[in-house]
Design a protein around this ligand. Structure first.
Ligand code: HEC
Length: 142
């Protein structure tokens, strides 16, 4: 008598848990689908937000988001750049920079200063604010 009583509950409880697992798995799939959908929507949103800065690294984006001071840029230019480009940016070892903002866009100007890709012009590492100031100065060279 004892053993049948003991043996009967386990199968029924196993059936119960099997019955419980099925709906849970169904909810899980629904949740996964919802999460994948949300992630896809987030990606689209992120792409739209980042799109204006496509092709820019974080440094360039940060620099372009700042308002530069042409006055401070001029000071930085005299200290770092005038030796090659001339005190009035009229050109010396490096080219005349008047009208340079018409030849190069803002990203190209930043890259010119930080990349060091055109020796003998060295690679500079100005803080984003200092770079924004230099840009403001270069943009004012008409
Ligand atoms: C050691 C000399 C040297 C120094 C210092 C120097 N440059 Fe230059 N720069 C050059 C030379 C040479 C070129 C031309 C590179 C080339 O295109 O081959 C140039 C090119 C440029 C250009 C592109 C000009 C154009 O017509 O496309 C910009 C902008 C510029 N420099 C800005 C700066 C700024 C801003 C600084 C200071 C932070 C600076 N340079 C410091 C030598 C120098």
């Amino acid at each position: 008598m004892i053993s049948p009583v003991r043996s009967s509950p386990p199968p029924s409880s196993a059936a119960d848990s099997a019955a419980q697992i099925a709906p849970r798995a169904g909810i899980g799939r629904g949740l996964v689908t919802a999460l994948v959908g949300a992630a896809a929507a987030a990606c689209v949103l992120l792409a739209l937000l980042v799109l204006p800065g496509v092709g820019s690294d974080p440094y360039t984006r940060q620099t372009l988001a700042l308002k530069g001071s042409a006055e401070h840029g001029a000071l930085l230019f005299r200290l770092n750049c005038a030796g090659c480009h001339g005190i009035a940016a009229q050109g010396l070892v490096g080219p005349n920079l008047h009208g340079v903002a018409e030849r190069k866009n803002q990203r190209q100007l930043i890259s010119q200063v930080v990349s060091g890709r055109t020796p003998p012009m060295p690679s500079f590492q100005p803080e984003p604010q200092a770079m924004a100031d230099l840009l403001a100065y270069l943009n004012g060279l008409v």
